[in-house]
Design a protein around this ligand. Sequence first.
Ligand SMILES: *Cc1c(COP(=O)(O)O)cnc(C)c1O
Length: 374
Amino acid sequence: MPQTSPPAQIGQHLSEVDTPALLLDLDLFEQNIKTMTGSLADREIVFRPHAKTHKCPAAALRQIAAGAIGVCCQKVGEAEVMAYSGIKNILVTNQIVGAQKLRRLCALAKTVDIAVLADHPDQVAPYSAAAQEAGIELPVLVEINLGGDRCGIDPGEPAAELAKMIDAAPKLTFAGLQAYHGAAQHLRTPAERTKAIAQAVDLVNLTKTALTAAGLPCPTVTGAGTGTYLHEAASGVFTELQCGSYIFMDKDYAANLGPDGAPVGRFANALLVYVTVISRAAPTRAVVDAGHKTVPVDSGMPLVRNHPEIEYDKPSDEHGKLILPADSPLKIGDKLQLIPAHCDPTVNMFDWIVCFRGDRVEELWSVAARGCNR
Ligand SMILES: *Cc1c(COP(=O)(O)O)cnc(C)c1O
């Protein structure tokens, strides 16, 4: 259960919502889901959005209602929250290490479809042991490195060798390839993104050829994020897409450019942090009640929505300093909406998402997987 009480009540006027609060503009959220569904309408491809973006079963269920087959999770704890909320099909897009976590992962396999990744032979025996102990069959996908240099075994022969080991291990099934190019998502120009995913598709094909030579079918190739998914969808190689950020968007993603040199603008900034001015000690300075512990700045400072003249300059733990024009009428008690630079860590700062339509609070969603980092 969330530790804090909700900052709002259903039916309240938005201006009555206490701060800091995480707001979701429902019209824009629904528009983003519709845009995604529309952009994939003529594609034979499965959609499995990433739940690390929202950590919120209510959001996942809306995506599933719009056609998603299930969710991706990054952590076993997130997968538990999603499974206990009725989501039946979960891919943990990560390497899970340690007997305690593997026991929890395999326990979920008794009630939901769950799969996990491997990128090294050392993960295979523990996965197999945990699946045998639980008496379940565990699907495992091989994660290949497409140039993002995070997790991922080298494509081609090394990946096929690992797939063979998985196929031979008791109670494991080789289920396909995880091919997510994280580093390509925020490449700013369309030419850079096109090139990165063309190279990724070559590496997937190289690996599929090696799998075929080894006599292993590859039923699934899954990957892609909000920045590149149209390329993966058009590749003819990917069978599944994992976009996460598109439902909320953030300042950083909004800086990706389209062919005309303008921001892509396909998805709207639906996620906002509502803040209050608590100090106005100088003509060009104000302070709001949201600093590092409310709005993460790993991808840059947030924007102030509808106020291009105001700059969020510098956070400390619980203060956010604003720089204003000297004649700004901003006063103590005024509320502002910030567009966070990176939606995923921002969501993890809040127990509740206050969903509004127009100027009224319509729903309160629990960020039930908040803090689930095990
Ligand atoms: C974060 C992530 C995604 C989603 O990417 P977005 O850029 O948020 O759309 C998909 N797959 C994996 C493995 C990820 O880590």
